[in-house]
Design a protein around this ligand. Structure first.
Ligand SMILES: NC(=O)c1ccc[n+]([C@@H]2O[C@H](COP(=O)([O-])OP(=O)(O)OC[C@H]3O[C@@H](n4cnc5c(N)ncnc54)[C@H](O)[C@@H]3O)[C@@H](O)[C@H]2O)c1
Length: 430
């Protein structure tokens, strides 16, 4: 079974399925189609399926026109019908793994997509879970759904976990050149999984089990989350002592060893850093271990929108204006630079907190024309910036005209050091 599948993979005859065509799944589907495989994307969202089949990209990192030729040549197509799994040799699962309000993992997307896959699952398949999740998910949730009847993992089918490390908006590292960690349920599974990825991606890093691969992702993102928490706490300390935290970090980063710069900001955002560490703390709690670093960093990072709002209020007061009734313009609402993703964006909290204090809010973001949250709907309105009493830079998109902003705005709160090096009384930094 292993040899047959490996041969199909080497000859590019394996039929590849990607379940979940979002930020992770679509780029992966495109890479495998480019490598010469017949790829079918499966998604429950009909509009995404229609766009893929029309060769239209809805992911900012995939330029328009990048996969149209692959669709036209029949190498890439999409469907909402899981029945195609019956024809597939491999399936990568890239569905969402959000947290519930209680910070418990929401496994429902993994479970429902696996239930669908299981209906059409057959001998000789390779299944790889890519969604970020707690250690043990592949073995405890996915494996029992597939290892039914007399099907045996490592003999009749192959199961792996491979963490997705894509970094939206990163021009240097994208799906193809980010090393791919993969761990299988058995050594044979790891071998097949590693062979599969090596056909389309530059570097593959095999590890000994699905649990190790799951934990790799959580270590990476917990490392980031905790270090950002430290940078945020240092920013609060520096704020009290009237020290420029950005200058401190920049100078510390000249040390050629033993220091890696992390930067403060208005709060964590996106689908990974604010969420993934809580998968780990949830899991370890069951083993009686409190993940104290994670909880503490989560608390500090969670305070940042409030810290920013207090800065804005103080800055307005220093300019003789109460926050109530003031016009505040939020510049940038995506959770990070040069992307269009507002999931968990601190801008949403900042808008809400300022509105609660009576301010009148507007925003502009060339990547986010409309903002819908909490039964509110706002439209990006650059012109309103000219009338604002205070402009808050929440996202430091490269396309912003900072020069005009400095000339025209009466007061600027810069949470990203976007105005680095500019000396002016009207700029308040984090
Ligand atoms: N976005 C990132 O930067 C990033 C980076 C690394 C890891 N991840 C992880 O990868 C996973 C996917 O994230 P994403 O950002 O691509 O999410 P996304 O929301 O952009 O895409 C997920 C897709 O899955 C589809 N979907 C949901 N349920 C489905 C089902 N039952 N069957 C088929 N399709 C279904 C949705 O319609 C959507 O198109 C998550 O676990 C996330 O934590 C994301």
């Amino acid at each position: 079974m292993q040899q047959t599948l490996e041969e199909k993979i080497r000859n590019r005859k394996a039929k590849v399925g990607i379940v979940g065509l979002g930020y992770v799944g679509l780029p992966l589907a495109v890479e495998f189609a480019k490598a010469g495989f017949d790829v079918i994307g499966i998604d429950i969202d009909e509009s995404k399926v229609a766009k893929v089949n029309a060769g239209e990209s809805y992911i900012a990192d995939i330029p328009q026109g990048a996969f149209g030729p692959l669709v036209r040549s029949g190498k890439l197509r999409a469907t909402t019908d899981f029945g195609v799994v019956a024809q597939l040799d491999t399936v990568n699962i890239c569905v969402p793994t959000p947290l519930r309000k209680t910070k418990d993992p929401d496994m429902s997307y993994i479970v429902s997509s696996c239930q669908q896959i299981a209906r059409y699952f057959h001998k000789g398949m390779l299944v790889i879970l890519e969604s970020t999740t707690y250690p043990g998910t592949t073995a405890e949730i996915v494996l029992p759904m597939l290892e039914t009847g007399d099907l045996k993992v490592g003999r009749d089918f192959f199961l792996c976990f491979s963490p997705e490390r894509v970094d939206p908006g990163n021009p240097k590292y994208q799906t193809a050149n980010i090393p791919k960690v993969v761990g299988g349920s058995t050594p044979a599974c790891t071998e097949v999984g590693a062979l599969f990825y090596s056909q389309a991606l530059e570097k593959v890093v095999p590890v000994s089990s699905t649990q190790v691969a799951e934990m790799v992702k959580l270590l990476e993102n917990t490392f980031r989350m905790i270090n950002i928490g430290l940078a945020n706490e240092i920013a609060m300390m520096c704020g009290r002592m009237d020290i420029n935290v950005w200058e401190v970090i920049e100078a510390a980063a000249t040390k050629p060893f033993g220091f890696m710069p992390f930067y403060p900001g208005p709060g964590l955002g996106g689908h990974c850093i604010p969420i993934d560490p809580f998968y780990l703390s949830w899991k370890t709690k069951q083993a009686g271990i409190e993940a104290r670093f994670i909880e503490l960093a989560g608390y500090i990072n969670g305070q940042m929108p409030l810290f920013v709002v207090d800065k804005v209020q103080n800055a307005l007061n220093d300019h003789g204006k109460p926050v109530r009734g003031s016009r505040i313009h939020i510049l940038g609402v995506a959770y990070k630079k040069d992307i269009d993703d507002v999931r968990e964006s601190p801008a949403l909290d900042i808008i809400q907190l300022l509105e609660r204090r009576g301010a009148k809010l507007t925003y502009s973001d060339p990547h986010v024309p409309h903002l819908r949250f909490d039964s509110k709907e706002l439209c990006s309105d650059e012109a309103s910036m000219a009338k604002a009493d205070c402009v808050v830079i929440v996202t430091d998109h490269s396309g912003f005209d900072y020069q005009t902003l400095i000339e025209k705005a009466p007061l600027i709160v810069d949470t990203r050091n976007a105005l680095k090096g500019v000396v002016s009384d009207k700029i308040v930094r984090l």
